[in-house]
Design a protein around this ligand. Structure first.
Ligand code: SME
Length: 165
């Protein structure tokens, strides 16, 4: 087993620092993009409390296609500009949705989801996909989550060979 467990009880800034720091050890010595992204999804899902879905959608032409994730089976294709994921991808901007029922066009993959954060992944100037995390309670994600997950993606993006996916 890979030793990359994070103490889920830490205050958020320390939690996200630890998640980003342990990512290096988790991906060390492995270059396979799919394997690394899969372990990254499992690692992040294990480190975050009160979530029901955590994973990646990958940019493929003018749509996003489901990538490695933890949670219930999800919608496979999302057009750019559609739903929370497609909107964040099109704008290349993080979206924090406190109540998904109030987001026009929200795509309900897991009926349990109540709030959501989507962080676009850009590397070498190209949109590679998004990180999507859903929670079964409203208002789960705040500014600290946003900053922490953006820092996480900034640490992850250079470690993945996106062109191989
Ligand atoms: N809710 C997302 C779709 C992806 S699932 O939540 C995993 C959206 O509106 O884009």
């Amino acid at each position: 087993m890979l030793e990359a467990t994070v103490d889920r009880g830490l205050p958020k800034p320390a939690l996200y620092r630890e998640i980003a720091a342990s990512l290096g050890a988790l991906l060390e010595g492995e270059t396979d993009a799919l394997a690394n992204l899969s372990n990254a999804a499992a690692h992040l899902a294990g480190a975050l409390e009160r979530i029901n879905w955590c994973g990646f959608y990958l940019a493929r032409g003018n749509e996003l296609v489901l990538g490695p994730f933890q949670g219930k089976p999800a919608c496979v294709r999302i057009a750019m500009g559609k739903g929370v994921c497609g909107t964040a991808a099109a704008r290349r901007e993080t979206l924090v949705v406190a109540d998904v029922h109030t987001f026009p066009g929200h795509i309900a993959c897991d009926a349990a989801s109540r709030s959501e954060i989507v962080v676009p992944i850009v590397s070498d100037g190209r949109l590679r996909g998004v990180l999507d995390v859903d929670a079964p309670e409203t208002d789960r994600f705040d500014l600290e989550d946003r900053r922490g997950l953006e820092a996480y993606i900034a640490a992850l993006a250079p470690r993945i060979r996106w062109e191989a996916l």
